[in-house]
Design a protein around this ligand. Structure first.
Ligand code: SAM
Length: 439
């Protein structure tokens, strides 16, 4: 891939392009069942192109109309979409008894193979394959992959796909086409994501590996960006938290909601830096008039951080870790050096960054009550399971995988305690919704 891009790059440069003006986006396409995780992990970090994975058969439409400039297929098109049916028909002269390919078979068998090859080309050229493809689609903190009991896929209350909008928009006109890019860390489980996409979807799908704290797409190529429950993940834990000489050393705590102001300020400063990077990157990628819709945990202005409901859960996890220190299962220094890289912002804080970046107008901002989406009573058990799905990776990387079951079993035993603390804090509005327009 790098060689092809080098040639293209040189060609454009000799035609008068300037180096900074050329951007490439490369789509790696394969069956949805293929191992995209391994492909993404093998991409060179220093690559000079934006990468995407496109799940689906190439015997169908995979991309928006007139959206590709170069298609390269290497050692793939010799695979037919299926074995010609006549080969299995005992009454046909093309019945391929005792053979597994056509090279030493009869002409009838070879002709059936050749016809299958031609048929598939015809499908691609006429576009009939498009309908078939849609109908037959067989430093990071990633959520739990797979679809096991503690996977993120099984435990996310929040994964809402706006099918309604897609259906209505698609129904208006046959000419309307959508391409949806699902972006996450390269280490996230794209295989499970692709397998879970509805075969009858009305959009072209692609996976984008990489941190959203950086460029992911070519300039002015996006119309709508939606980030749901992700931007509260910081790019890293603020360094001061681990410095024993700093007033922001977070001894005996794993987050900031019940820590000192110094700790909270270090988190807030990291959040401001990160969101600025996020918005600057999106400002380049979104067309003028395009929008960003952000949904993330948030706190109303003036509400103290200690009232944030999930802080209760973090504190419970922390006190269970300290109990495990007392039981000799882990060291105290392991707890002291562990901090969750998540921050919950207020409208004021996020408004400051948006104004600082300067490319977006704020169309709407509110802190809503998430209970309207998740029901009035909180099921603490499933909330803890949901947290485990999101946090397991980061806990096991720091404490080791043998600790995780013990930690969450201890947390389940405190369900009643957590429940009463949560019930009162859930009176507060904790879901920040922001709509921005690229100016
Ligand atoms: C709580 S999940 C939300 C998933 C989904 N958007 C939803 O609403 O259900 C947070 C997601 O953000 C991703 N994430 C966190 N930090 C990220 C970053 N810097 N770049 C890309 N993805 C990130 C995580 O890997 C995870 O999949």
């Amino acid at each position: 891939m790098q060689n092809i891009l080098e040639v293209l790059y040189k060609k454009y440069m000799t035609q008068g392009a300037t180096s900074g003006s050329i951007e490439f986006q490369v789509f790696f396409s394969d069956h949805a069942s293929n191992d995209f995780n391994t492909i993404f992990a093998s991409l060179p970090p220093s690559r000079k192109y934006f990468a995407a994975g496109v799940p689906g058969s190439f015997y169908g439409w995979l991309f928006l109309r007139s959206s590709l400039h170069l298609v390269h297929s290497s050692y793939a098109l010799q695979w037919l979409s299926k074995v010609p049916e006549e080969l299995l028909d005992k009454t046909s002269p093309a019945w391929n008894k005792g053979r597994i390919s056509y090279t030493s078979s009869s002409d009838e068998v070879a002709n059936a193979y050749a016809a299958q090859g031609k048929g598939r080309h015809a499908e691609r050229v006429t576009g009939r394959g498009a309908r078939q493809a849609k109908g037959t689609m067989p430093e990071s903190f990633p959520m739990n992959g797979g679809d096991g009991p503690y996977s993120y896929a099984k435990n996310s209350q929040y994964q809402v796909v706006d099918k309604k909008y897609m259906t209505q928009a698609g129904a208006k006109s046959g000419s309307l086409e959508f391409q949806v890019f699902f972006s996450d860390h390269a280490s996230n489980d794209f295989n499970t994501l692709f397998a879970s996409l509805p075969p009858s979807r009305k959009y072209f799908a692609a996976g984008i590996p990489g941190s959203f704290y950086g460029r992911l797409f070519p300039r002015s190529s996006l119309h709508l960006v939606h980030s749901s429950h992700a931007l509260h993940w910081l790019s890293k834990v603020p360094e001061e938290l681990l410095d024993k000489t700093s007033p922001a050393w977070n001894k005996g705590k794993i987050n900031y909601t019940s820590s000192s102001d110094e700790v909270a300020n270090a988190y807030a400063a990291q959040f401001q830096k990160d969101v600025k990077i996020f918005l600057n990157a999106r400002a380049k990628e979104i067309v003028v008039g395009g929008m960003i819709i952000l949904i993330m945990p948030g706190l109303p202005d003036g509400v103290h951080r200690s009232q944030f409901p999930f802080g209760v859960l973090y504190d419970s996890l922390c006190s269970n870790l300290m109990d495990m220190v007392k039981a000799g299962l882990i060291n105290e220094s392991q707890v002291d050096s562990f901090n969750l890289p998540v921050y919950v912002a207020t409208p004021k804080e996020i408004t400051e960054v948006i104004k600082d970046v300067g490319c977006f107008s704020i169309e709407r901002m509110e802190v809503a009550d998430p209970r309207s989406k998740i029901g009035s009573s909180v099921n603490v058990h499933s909330l803890i399971v949901h947290f485990r799905a999101g946090l397991e990776d980061i806990f096991t990387k720091h404490f080791g995988c043998e600790v995780i079951d013990e930690l969450f079993e201890r947390t389940f035993l405190k369900e009643a305690e957590i429940s009463s603390a949560l019930e009162s804090s859930y009176e507060k509005r904790t879901q920040l919704i922001v709509a921005l327009k690229r100016e």
